[in-house]
Design a protein around this ligand. Structure first.
Ligand SMILES: CC(C)(COP(=O)(O)OP(=O)(O)OC[C@H]1O[C@@H](n2cnc3c(N)ncnc32)[C@H](O)[C@@H]1OP(=O)(O)O)[C@@H](O)C(=O)NCCC(=O)NCCS
Length: 134
């Protein structure tokens, strides 16, 4: 099904396109978010229908060495469960490999285990987290 969709690496995206995409799946869209984080990205994969219409996105952050970090994969609510998210992640994985990375990290909510472990091929590992926001 993802065949009819165009996938692009480091396509120029507007902040407003990311806001619209995030709102489509009920996410918390923060205007200015993309303009702020883009400069810290190794790259990003976007999915489009009909020219520039953005229906999917995933970002790859980087430590400048071996480690890449998959962040914020999202698919428009009207296009979910068609394999687009899996293809976004596959392309992020390939781009990180092409950049010389050895590891692609991700974390996620428990209900998304089938997506990351079965569909995308991540394996479980020990990881740690500190909530700095409080
Ligand atoms: C998570 C997300 C990116 C998946 O994109 P998608 O294009 O719908 O995923 P795919 O169609 O490639 O899914 C492949 C498989 O992963 C699993 N999967 C996908 N979404 C899932 C979900 N929400 N819950 C549990 N399993 C899921 C299913 O096994 C699915 O196969 P199936 O449709 O045959 O059952 C999408 O649901 C999304 O944008 N969610 C909102 C934003 C979000 O939570 N992003 C993740 C941040 S960590």
């Amino acid at each position: 099904m993802a065949d009819a969709i165009q996938f692009r690496w480091r396509e120029q995206l507007d902040d407003s396109q990311l806001v619209t995409l995030t709102l489509s799946h009920g996410g918390n869209a923060e205007p200015g978010w993309w303009n702020q984080i883009r400069r810290h990205s190794l790259g990003w994969v976007s999915a489009h229908t009909g020219g520039r219409v953005l229906i999917g996105f995933a970002n790859v952050a980087w430590d400048g060495g071996d480690h890449a970090f998959l962040l914020d994969p999202k698919v428009h609510a009207d296009y979910q469960r068609r394999g687009i998210g899996t293809e976004l992640v596959r392309r992020c994985e390939q781009a990180a490999r092409d950049a010389g990375c050895s590891w692609l990290h991700v974390d996620f909510r428990p209900e998304l285990r089938p997506f990351y472990f079965q569909a995308c091929g991540f394996r479980a590992t020990d990881a740690g987290l500190i909530d700095l926001s409080g």
